[in-house]
Unconditional design. Structure first.
Length: 223
């Protein structure tokens, strides 16, 4: 029986992730409870024979998660995703499948629905939205599944951001100016060096020409 329960658990986890044929959608009821009270959620048992049943919870628009599961005739309940035997209890009868939550807290807020494996489909019935009223709890009380928003309700100043952006822009501008000036200086140095070489070559040609001309004149005078 334990091996069979594990196989059904794998099937449940697979069905909870993927959309499978024959899913029944119903409009959820709503239950409001203060913190610290006990609450019992019910769904109708539509199975004609024994089979796999489970409770799911969807909190804060997140993906639905399986929190309890069992085989209808075994009585051995498995717990998932933070659910514990001290806080939650599932009971399966011929007509109903119940989920009892003891001393509810804010992290229990969410959409609850039970699922039953009927033939080749997972059927979800009797969805109930449980809303817990109370003071804002400590951060440790919400660590399980409630999201944390660090900046909710706080005013955000854009001045530091603008200062940082301005500093970055100034640094980039200075780098561009330095690169442009450096490039122009290199071009000027190349032009000056080229002009100096050309001037030296011209002077050498002139000296050679004058020496040659003087040599020719000296030869003519000698003759």
């Amino acid at each position: 029986m334990l091996k069979l329960e594990k196989n059904w658990t794998k099937i449940l986890l697979f069905a909870a992730i993927r959309l499978i044929p024959g899913v029944l959608l119903v409009y959820p009821d709503s239950v409001n409870m203060p913190r610290g009270e006990n609450v019992t959620l019910l769904c109708t048992n539509i199975m004609k024979n024994e089979g796999f049943v489970a409770w799911f919870r969807q909190a804060n628009r997140s993906v639905p998660l399986c929190i309890l599961s069992t085989y209808s005739t075994s009585g051995n309940v498995l717990y998932y995703n933070g659910a514990t035997a001290e806080h939650t209890k599932m009971t399966v009868t011929k007509n109903n499948i119940s989920l009892r939550i003891t001393a509810v807290d804010l992290y229990d807020t969410g959409l609850y629905f039970c699922g039953m494996w009927v033939e080749t489909s997972m059927i979800f019935v009797n969805a109930t939205f449980l809303h817990i009223r109370g003071n804002i709890p400590e951060e440790d009380d919400l660590h399980r599944e409630l999201p944390k928003y660090d900046n909710v309700g706080k005013e955000t100043s854009l001045f530091p951001v603008l200062v940082i952006v301005g500093i970055v822009a100034i640094i980039q501008l200075l780098v561009i100016v330095i690169l442009v000036v450096r490039g122009r200086l290199q071009d000027r140095n190349k032009d000056s060096k080229g002009n100096s070489i050309q001037q030296i070559q011209d002077e050498q040609v002139n000296i050679f020409y004058l020496n040659r001309k003087n040599f020719q004149v000296w030869i003519m005078d000698k003759n």
